[in-house]
Write a protein that binds this ligand. Sequence first.
Ligand code: HEC
Ligand code: HEC
Ligand code: HEC
Ligand code: HEC
Ligand code: HEC
Ligand code: HEC
Ligand code: HEC
Ligand code: HEC
Ligand code: HEC
Ligand code: HEC
Length: 379
Amino acid sequence: MRVISLFLAALLSAALGVGGMLLSSHGVQARQAAAGSSSTTDARHSPSSGLSQSDIAKMLPATDMGANAARQNNPHLPPINDSAATPFDAAPIPVNPLAPNADAIGAKTCVACHAQENMQASHTLHVASFRAGAANSGPQAACESCHGPGSEHAKNPTAPGSIIAFTHDAKTPPQVQAGVCLGCHAGGARQHWIGSIHQNRGLSCTDCHNPMVRLSPEGVLAKSSINEVCATCHQDIRAKFNRRSHMPLPEGQMACTDCHNPHGSITKPLLKTDTVNETCYTCHAEKRGPFLFEHAPVRANCLNCHDVHGSNQQTLLVAPIPMLCQQCHTMTLHPNDLQTPAGLGTGPHPDERLIGRGCLTCHSNIHGSNNPSGPKFHK
Ligand code: HEC
Ligand code: HEC
Ligand code: HEC
Ligand code: HEC
Ligand code: HEC
Ligand code: HEC
Ligand code: HEC
Ligand code: HEC
Ligand code: HEC
Ligand code: HEC
């Protein structure tokens, strides 16, 4: 028995050595990103590659959820203080409230029993970074910095709660699970996690993230893309994007997280900006105005006329024209009696000027006009 486990350990540490070397470039990037974000102006050259810290930072994927650079430079939006993750070399070992007296035993021991999980995890950002041997921590912290100290679990692996586990059927409560991740990822995009609808409904970080298997190119996601992650629970919303008119999300050019922060926000429903309209202006800046002649419902809320997730009407409209306009505008007072019941597309004598683009034939600048003679949005 003893001989076998020694042999196992030797075999594993050999495998780890190779894996560590192969994967070290990932870890180096991660560490430099962590270092880079605390001092982004630092452009020292790293001796091996000739690349500066900021070159490397630029090559890293942008997963800046709450506040991208555009937001930071936007005078209309309050800036968000994005805080960097706790670097791997400062990794604390979280306390497991269900095994408060356990001690850390080191990754090699975990790996001796969890060879398969270890093999998959070796390709992931976190474990690979630990393997790269961040100063102070070393590869030994690779498992317990998330799973907590393992001495009691190793003695009695089947005792529920002996180790911090991240699945819904595990004994570890969701807030302890999230607490582990927040131990290194507090603040920034997650400053409103506590009290957010996802937190309130008992979601854990690991409903959307899986740091044990590399499934997505970035973001340590539980599925291969952001939209697939959201679709696991919000199938109805994802399905609306299959309607005739939709923004290019199914085409892979947008993600739910362009408008929503799944980690929580102060704007319902989890919007990244303070109002619906501000969210739209981040991409449709020309709709912000200011206009000489404003159309009141546009200024109030884009959703008066548009269904963001998708619509079977043209251009994401909530109702077909002229009905859309007639929800608010009556037939009376219109020049030439254009809008009489008889003249409508559905009336006995349809007026051809109302067919096709309908009201938009004449009122073409429906979002507002800057033309001195455009108070009725004709120009
Ligand atoms: C002596 C072998 C052994 C060692 C050492 C060991 N484990 Fe386990 N571990 C197991 C077994 C067996 C199970 C399955 C228990 C079960 O199904 O009830 C398990 C289960 C787990 C689970 C899931 C627990 C749950 O409640 O769902 C996690 C997470 C885990 N181990 C992590 C670790 C980590 C991290 C270490 C190192 C600190 C470690 N293990 C060390 C044998 C071991
Ligand atoms: C960044 C945090 C993190 C690190 C580091 C980490 N794990 Fe995990 N581990 C998780 C999460 C989260 C899950 C749950 C994954 C899921 O949703 O299925 C998990 C799942 C597991 C499971 C399966 C438990 C189950 O319920 O099926 C085992 C076993 C395990 N980890 C062992 C390890 C070992 C061994 C290491 C070190 C090589 C390690 N983990 C490193 C976060 C981590
Ligand atoms: C020991 C500290 C530590 C713990 C614990 C930890 N992380 Fe990380 N995590 C990091 C560092 C460092 C990075 C890389 C630097 C960065 O992206 O900010 C990172 C990166 C990430 C990323 C971004 C990946 C990318 O592509 O940019 C996600 C997502 C993430 N971690 C999720 C989690 C989740 C979920 C947990 C809990 C299961 C967790 N982390 C636990 C330190 C930690
Ligand atoms: C409802 C799904 C969901 C939940 C729950 C969730 N995340 Fe995320 N998270 C995402 C998505 C989607 C991204 C975007 C990834 C990208 O842009 O590549 C992300 C990005 C991140 C990032 C990298 C970007 C950044 O802001 O630095 C970190 C770190 C992170 N999440 C940590 C966490 C932690 C910690 C928790 C638990 C407190 C958590 N997440 C809960 C979906 C979720
Ligand atoms: C594990 C399941 C799950 C996943 C995955 C998930 N959500 Fe949710 N989400 C929920 C639940 C549950 C609610 C609450 C629904 C309710 O109360 O009607 C919710 C609510 C929401 C809301 C409405 C908030 C409000 O204030 O009404 C938004 C927006 C949202 N989620 C966006 C996302 C996005 C974006 C993603 C992907 C990054 C995502 N969700 C992934 C379960 C999930
Ligand atoms: C272009 C911005 C944008 C994109 C992209 C987007 N949403 Fe939304 N979402 C909104 C706005 C704005 C609302 C508010 C709608 C309302 O109040 O009627 C909303 C509302 C929601 C709600 C709660 C209200 C409802 O309709 O049930 C959920 C859940 C939601 N979105 C999930 C998602 C998911 C999942 C995705 C990705 C498949 C996604 N959203 C993509 C802007 C967006
Ligand atoms: C992340 C960027 C982004 C955000 C935020 C965004 N949009 Fe879009 N929107 C797009 C793109 C890209 C298109 C497609 C443009 C094209 O095909 O020329 C589009 C197209 C549209 C269209 C035309 C659809 C069609 O069928 O022609 C409407 C209407 C629209 N968006 C409304 C909104 C509203 C309302 C909001 C705010 C709730 C919003 N958008 C937020 C990127 C965005
Ligand atoms: C009073 C109803 C109404 C409101 C409110 C409204 N729109 Fe529109 N929008 C329309 C109509 C009608 C069209 C179709 C125009 C066409 O086919 O020429 C349209 C088309 C669009 C388009 C695609 C064509 C283009 O002009 O680029 C975008 C993008 C768009 N709207 C964004 C927005 C945004 C962003 C808001 C909020 C600031 C908003 N809309 C508010 C009625 C409205
Ligand atoms: C949600 C209600 C609403 C919808 C839908 C709506 N409008 Fe309006 N519209 C208003 C309001 C409110 C005003 C401002 C009235 C005022 O200032 O007296 C206005 C103003 C106008 C004006 C200028 C009127 C004037 O006297 O200066 C025109 C023209 C107009 N709308 C056309 C349209 C057309 C065309 C549509 C359909 C594409 C439409 N509206 C959809 C609410 C709406
Ligand atoms: C053939 C061109 C044309 C079409 C089509 C048209 N309008 Fe007009 N509309 C006008 C003109 C011209 C005015 C008066 C402009 C002025 O007085 O300066 C006007 C004025 C208005 C006004 C402001 C006067 C009032 O009644 O309060 C509203 C609102 C309006 N139109 C809504 C609509 C709606 C809704 C439709 C579609 C059902 C529509 N229009 C279709 C040409 C048109």
